[in-house]
Ligand binder design. Sequence first.
Ligand code: NAD
Length: 492
Amino acid sequence: MATAVALRRYQNYIDGRFVDAQGGKTVKVENPSTGQIVSEVPDSSIEDTREAIRAAEKAQGDWEKLAPIERAGYLRKIAAALRKDPEHLARVISEEQGKVLGLSRVEAGFTADYIDYMAEWARRLEGEVVTSDRPNEHILMFRHAIGVIGGIVPWNFPFFVIARKVAPALLTGNTIVIKPSSITPNNAGEFAKAVAEAGLPAGVFNLVCGSGAVVGQELASNPSIGMVSVTGSVDTGVRVMEAAAKNIIKVNLELGGSAPAIVMADADMNLAVESIKASRVINTGQVCNCADRVYVDKRVADEFTEKFVKAMSETKYGDPLVDEGLDMGPFVSGDQLKLVEGRVKQAIADGATVLTGGKRDAGRPEGYFYPATVLGNCRQGMPIVRDEIFGPVMPIVTFDDLDEAITYANDSVYGLTSSIYTTNLDVAMRACKEIKFGETYINRENFEAMQGFHAGWRKSGIGGADGKHGLYENTRTHMVYVSYDLAAGNKK
Ligand code: NAD
């Protein structure tokens, strides 16, 4: 593996100061396109994490006392700082994560927009007034901050997911400790610089880099944490829930997915092909909401498969920092490459046929590259259809009628996103009712909006993010019963 020419360093951000891990330990960060080491970041300990939690706890009371509009002002300053050099941010994201530059630019811009969007809620936070059974009573519901939130972030949209956790938490009066993935921590260091530039009070936002087993577990099990919010795999969600159970704290889990895409015989075939391809190759297939398995009506299976294989085989991939005109970069890591290669090998052993892709380009010894792949002859129940793939690999299964397609789609431990392609309104309406997923996309690629509510069913998670409902996940309720004298003011 090549060594870096100039190794950059990022630090933790605790109580308003950039600091190293107390023991000075670091981990190295790799560019997955080249294998080159590009930076080192703190490998933090439990004590580093506790220090950040203490700082967040100390800052929380005063932060919550500010009017929401004042907190929104700080959020807007973070967004403005992030907008100063979006190209630099995009390159940092592409360098460590491997996504194509165009998508990193979208991620950098969307992150700032998301923070501004959450700031807009400052004048819209609402409680409730409920009627009482007593004539002399008002029942009021307030929403208060939870306290200190632990935010654990994955590597696939690392920059945006920080904002998804930070903006609603801070707007509602919480303070936060963020832990990025050890694979993609550099962009989190850039986020902390924007927070410092925005002049947030010390301790309101803290960043602690380190492993899930140490920093992540401390965030989930420390008694001063009020809610732990994790985006990651189901295994991690289980471990975090177990640790959080000790203190009975709230968990917010955004976990894995295996999204079905149903193609009906009446579908606009070109739209279905393009949208499903877009949803499969974006970020090299490493997206929780990506289309993961296609169910196509037998009558149009040949037509769909031919067009889909052609579209997937035209997918261009390479090093995002070298080539601008790409559809995909590399996998984020060698482990991720091995995982997906293993899934494809297993599928072939189970009887699947490789229609395009299926093996690495022997001419590319460096970088974790893998081609867009289509697998035919797949059946419900095969691991490649059942499990989350997290790579640009699409298994195709055929069905006889809508009942069968919906049964197949719902037959999953996951329940995050789903899609259906049809020109028949009755079919679309049945799908809205019978597809048991947190999100269904009808005649479009899978990708949620910031004003929606991204929340999975079954093992895809608990709670959710975005929009009004995502904002209120960061609050707890306080019911107040106000009894008053009905004759008040009339007494002599
Ligand atoms: P991961 O679970 O390996 O890691 C996610 C984060 O959890 C990292 O910061 C990691 O260090 C931390 N972590 C790991 N073990 C931990 C533990 N025992 N305790 C506490 N923290 C721990 O996931 P990943 O590989 O970074 O991301 C890919 C996964 O995330 C996929 O399954 C994907 O579907 C899911 N994901 C879901 C969403 C969503 O919105 N539902 C979005 C993005 C990614």
